[in-house]
Design a protein around this ligand. Structure first.
Ligand SMILES: Nc1ncnc2c1ncn2[C@@H]1O[C@H](COP(=O)(O)OP(=O)(O)OP(=O)(O)O)[C@@H](O)[C@H]1O
Ligand SMILES: [Mg+2]
Length: 312
């Protein structure tokens, strides 16, 4: 079943097209990753889908409801954690969770139960009495995400929830979300960290300059670029002259960062590698380190965003 259907959705601020005629289809019970560089339009899309701002044009159907014309009907069925920190400075962690539950009309006994569980799940037990203003940035973010789970919802929007979290807290949150999805929750998740999207998401849309460049599964994205490998060569010493030798090789893209590191992207990596090794050998250039790895999603992302920039 479809949970979010969006057609030609746009939001402009004066001459800026923050979101430009995007099409989206998100299935229930999935994590949909929304990826893009700074200023791509991720947060604007979340504010549109959660009805916090009205679109300039286009249509959106959220949980079967026409969200453009019935914004208030949507809001009590969804959860949202925005990118900006939001907290009451003098409230303690446990009070802020409880107060949030009250806002959502969660009965007292149920609130208590959920609160205790969330303190455990988000590793907040030790700081439960601390005031929000005294928390570290990562702790505060954890409280902000945790409190959203005080209430029931069918659909949750998370705008870069892991910013400021350490690797352990980050992984805990991703695993927590994965478990929630197993119980039927649908999640719309923005990030610019590809490895996170790969770990968590069923589908990934890449957005840049307000436009969606591609939508696919993590595996689909990789298989589109599946044959491409990244070859990295580290030389013992700087030998800038090899740039001119190597630039004659066809079917590959070569980057030199400082004359000692050579990075080559190619779909014919074995063949290219043999040619390079021959040139280096003929020139008496020694290699300190060499690796050839499949191009990862991070590279695909950078490549797509760069190509998009050169198209415009
Ligand atoms: N209220 C506003 N008024 C004017 N311009 C805005 C407003 N909100 C967003 N923009 C512009 O719209 C574009 C998209 O911004 P948005 O916040 O959606 O990007 P983002 O993908 O969330 O970026 P980040 O990764 O930095 O959070 C940017 O160029 C931004 O400056
Ligand atoms: Mg943002």
């Amino acid at each position: 079943m479809s949970c979010i259907e969006v057609s030609r959705l746009s939001k402009s601020y004066g001459s800026i097209s923050a979101v430009n005629k995007i099409e989206l289809s998100v299935e229930s019970g999935q994590v949909f990753g929304f990826l893009g560089p700074n200023g791509a339009g991720k947060s604007t899309t979340i504010k549109l889908l959660t009805t916090l701002i009205p679109p300039t044009s286009g249509s959106m159907c959220i949980l079967g409801i026409d969200a453009v014309n019935n914004p208030l009907q949507i809001r009590h069925k969804i959860g949202v954690v925005l990118q900006q920190p939001s907290y009451e400075p003098t409230l303690s962690v446990e009070k802020s969770l409880d107060k949030y539950g009250m806002m959502w009309n969660v009965p007292k006994i149920e609130r208590k139960k959920r609160l205790e569980q969330l303190l455990v799940d988000f590793d907040l037990k030790e700081i439960r009495k601390k005031r929000n203003e005294d928390l570290s940035i990562g702790q505060r973010r954890r409280v902000q995400v945790a409190r959203e789970f005080m209430h029931d919802m069918e659909l949750l929007f998370l705008d870069e929830p892991t910013v400021g979290l350490d690797p352990n807290a980050r992984r805990n949150l991703l695993d927590y979300l994965k478990n929630k999805v197993k119980t039927g929750l649908t999640i719309f998740y923005t990030t610019h960290i590809l490895s996170e999207a790969e770990y968590l998401c069923d589908k990934i849309a890449i957005i840049d300059k307000g436009k969606i460049i591609t939508v696919d599964t993590p595996d689909g994205l990789k298989s589109k670029f599946g044959n491409e490998k990244t070859i990295k060569i580290h030389l013992n010493e700087e030998r800038k002259e090899i740039i001119s030798f190597l630039s004659n090789i066809e079917d590959c893209k070569i980057d030199f960062d400082n004359g000692t590191n050579i990075i080559i992207h190619s779909e014919k990596s074995e063949y290219i590698l043999l040619q390079i090794l021959k040139i280096l050998n003929d020139e008496g250039i020694e290699i300190e380190d060499l690796s050839a790895v499949p191009t990862n999603l991070e590279d695909i992302f950078l490549k797509m965003v760069r190509e998009n920039a050169s198209d415009n």
